[in-house]
Design a protein. Structure first.
Length: 762
């Protein structure tokens, strides 16, 4: 626990001003490491004590479920009698309110929440009906577009499809069928949770009035990351916009790709008249060197709240900059510095390696493995994404919601029952003929159509009996054990897994789910059935990346995943132009990239390493880009090592020179800093010999590269990478090379004649 979070340490004047604020809306600007958590806790305690409401009348929205749990736990320790039932993420709170008001919302109280896997399964089923494969269209691209339409309040229907062309028109058709699929399964996806609640409050004065009366105060953490639907929900629940406290930092807004709107925090005073603003100006996390370096970088952004932040810790070591030749050499450098760190007494579990994209992780993982340095990778799947867990949860979900067609389709032949694609097709047809039929009825009809008993009647009986017991309040652990025994799922896994290690891993996943269900405790309010509550917790947990559990291991994660975390030592790798920043068309894109770099820098408490490469192989191609322009925003007297693009200045003599920074690592060979080199084409994509590198200002003797501005801005579709936008184009006769930024945020340089591109518009 940092000094700023210890209840024994007095609040500083700015923190105290935020905690004791009495009337009207309040904006607390909380830069990185400024003791935000302490302020949120103390503010909430002060509001509870002042209102005498015992905590039940407060709506507190946090960015993660983990943060919500910690907040509730700390409040309960400080005020033993306090109860905080309305603390959680926007999605979890919305789900609870929709179940409470399911009638006015037009929903079944036992609606299912489709996770990312269920959504993708539904889209794939629609694609299958239209004879479209994953090679033609990426299902994830369809889901991203549906999410954008939903957050823009654009409903499905023929009118939407008629306004669009090409692939986008098919996306609109898929959207319409996707919504029908959700309705048939009596399910909602993540976007629906907010959309349906906001729609309900907007059209029902009775419901919105009841909730405004119930909630004495609205408190929102990480306010800079709210999207328009979340902001509208805050306004609908607040009383004339007066009983609202928001906490955040516009310099840490990094989720624009998820729909976050930074104008909410910037325009708070206009949208909430009479609002007071309090700046937490002391940094308790990082050394003055790191604070000054990060502040110098973020100060280059425009339209931000001006902040002067002072570090409380003593003077630290310089920020270390390092230029390497390739990504493999960069990974070896990280390993060397980690060894130096542990030899000096540092813990591996207090070190993290951060990168802009997932594709940058592989060289780091390989180098750490070869060096015998333990590490873990945050995100990228996990326990809840395993097929055993998804199989067993599908059984429970059909018991809780017998109309869940996606889950029923998953378990039809799991364990194997001789039910192939033809059986799946009959089941889908029966569901369309009888949209009101429950799962056991559909299975019994399917058995009759097949004119053989088999194991389908047994499955129908299991689901019917399990559903009855679930509605009677049976605990998830008991129901899960019943599924395992009656289906012999463990035996099936053992028979299907020929490799001993794989078998043990799969059976351990089953045991872990059992342990999780046993540890689950029903809602103390008793307003939900235990099984429904358990499944809702699981579905919402899958929305968030896995939480770090170092166990003495180095953390590897994207910068986005590092938000809210802190480490003694941080490596930020891959600091090249076109990687960080990823270049977009708008100046605001660069500003968000700079905020992302600021977030990465401020994860470090004591030691910060920033590195870049002369050449890097990524997405199957070798690139050479200059160092990130953000590096030049750091004052030279704060750094040690390689200085990009400028002569190396004298180091500030007041900064100590630690032992591990004195070692003369070999300098990287090659070009002078800042010089950009040509892209080396991928051999698998380009058949001709790559052109030789030429001196600046001289033409390649074999090809003449001419810029093709008429291509810039065109929307295209790639059979593997999905939709994208052409950011640049060159014509080294006779071929056209295009630089495309795809929907996953990655930029790729492709040879047009072999890339199989489809022009979507323009």
């Amino acid at each position: 626990m940092s000094l700023s979070e210890s209840p024994e340490i007095p609040l500083n004047p700015e923190q105290e001003a935020a905690v004791l604020h009495e009337g009207g809306p309040l904006l607390v600007l909380a830069p990185a490491g400024s003791g935000k958590t302490r302020v949120v806790i103390e503010r909430l305690i002060a509001l509870i004590e002042r209102s005498g409401a015992g905590g039940e009348g407060f709506f507190v929205a946090t960015f993660t479920r983990k943060a919500a749990g910690e907040l509730s736990e700390r409040i309960t320790r400080r005020i033993p009698g306090a109860r905080l039932p309305w603390v959680g993420t926007f999605h979890s709170l919305s789900a609870r309110l929709l179940r409470r008001f399911s009638g006015p919302a037009g929903l079944s109280p036992d609606f299912t929440i489709f996770d990312a896997g269920d959504q993708k399964a539904l889209v794939r089923e629609i694609m299958r009906r239209h004879r479209i494969s994953d090679e033609d269209v990426n299902p994830q691209d369809v889901l991203r577009q549906i999410g954008r339409w939903k957050n823009a309040r654009q409903g499905p229907g023929p009118a939407l499809a008629q306004r669009l062309f090409g692939t986008n028109r098919w996306f609109a058709t898929c959207y319409e069928e996707y919504e029908k699929g959700l309705e048939a399964s009596r399910a909602l996806d993540y976007d629906d949770l907010l959309l349906r609640l906001v729609a309900l409050l907007g059209r029902s004065p009775e419901v919105s009035g009841e909730l405004r009366k119930q909630f004495h105060h609205i408190l929102v953490d990480e306010y800079q990351d709210t999207n328009p639907l979340q902001e509208e929900l805050i306004r609908l629940l607040s009383r004339n916009r007066t009983n609202v406290t928001v906490v955040g930092d516009d310099d840490q807004s990094i989720y624009q790709f998820r729909g976050a709107d930074i104008t909410h925090i910037r325009s708070f005073a206009e949208n909430y008249p009479g609002a007071r603003r309090v700046l937490l100006s002391r940094n308790y996390r990082s050394t003055p060197t790191i604070v000054s370096a990060a502040s110098s970088v973020i100060a280059r952004n425009g339209k931000r709240y001006e902040k002067e932040v002072q570090a409380v810790r003593g003077t630290g070591v310089p920020v270390f900059l390092k230029e390497l030749s390739t990504e493999d050499v960069e990974a070896e450098y990280v390993c060397r510095m980690l060894r130096e760190w542990t030899r000096g007494g540092g813990r591996l579990g207090e070190s993290a390696v951060l990168f802009r994209t997932h594709a940058q992780a592989l060289p780091i993982e390989k180098a750490l493995s070869l060096a015998g340095i333990p590490f873990y990778r945050k995100g990228g799947g996990g326990f809840l994404e395993g097929r055993e867990v998804k199989d067993l949860l599908a059984y429970l979900r059909v018991m809780a919601n017998p109309y869940d067609r996606v889950s029923l389709s998953r378990i039809l032949n799991v364990p194997a029952r001789g039910q192939g694609e033809k059986a799946q097709e009959i089941l889908r047809r029966l569901g369309e003929i009888q949209p009101g039929a429950m799962a056991p009825e559909l299975l019994e009809r399917l058995a009759l159509e097949q004119r053989r008993g088999g194991s389908l009647p047994e499955l129908a009986a299991l689901l019917r009996e399990g559903g009855d017991r679930a509605r009677s309040g049976e605990l998830p652990r008991t129901l899960l054990e019943e599924v395992l025994v009656r289906t012999d799922y463990r035996g099936w896994v053992s028979m299907a897994s020929h490799d001993l290690e794989e078998r043990e891993k799969r059976l351990e996943a089953v045991s872990e789910l059992l342990r999780m269900s046993e540890a689950f405790s029903p809602s103390p309010e008793g307003d939900r059935l235990p099984l429904s509550s358990f499944l809702e917790e699981i579905a919402l947990a899958q929305q968030e990346p896995g939480n770090p559990d170092d166990g003495g291991r180095v953390a590897l994660m994207t910068i986005h995943q590092s938000k809210g975390l802190e480490f003694d030592q941080v490596f930020v790798v891959g600091l090249e132009d076109q990687i960080l920043p990823l270049r977009g068309k708008s100046p605001t894109d660069i500003e968000e990239e700079r905020r992302l770099f600021y977030v990465a820098m401020t994860r470090a408490r004591f030691r910060l390493h920033l590195s870049w490469c002369q050449t890097r192989r990524i997405y199957g191609r070798t690139h050479s880009h200059p160092p990130s322009p953000f590096l030049r925003d750091i004052p030279p007297h704060l750094v040690e090592g390689d200085i990009p693009s400028v002569a190396r200045p004298e180091r500030d003599a007041s900064l100590p020179r630690p032992r591990d920074f004195r070692r003369p690592w070999p300098e990287s060979p090659g070009r002078p800093p800042g010089r950009r080199e040509a892209v080396v084409p991928d051999r698998a994509m380009v058949s001709q010999k790559a052109p030789a590198r030429t001196e600046p200002g001289r033409s390649d003797p074999e090809k003449v590269r001419a810029r093709r501005p008429e291509w810039i801005g065109r929307k295209v579709l790639h059979p593997r990478f999905g939709p994208g936008e052409v950011m640049d184009a060159f014509s080294p006769d006779p071929d056209l090379e295009v630089v495309i930024r795809f929907s996953d945020g990655a930029s790729r340089t492709l040879l047009a004649r072999v890339a199989n591109l489809t022009i979507l518009e323009g």
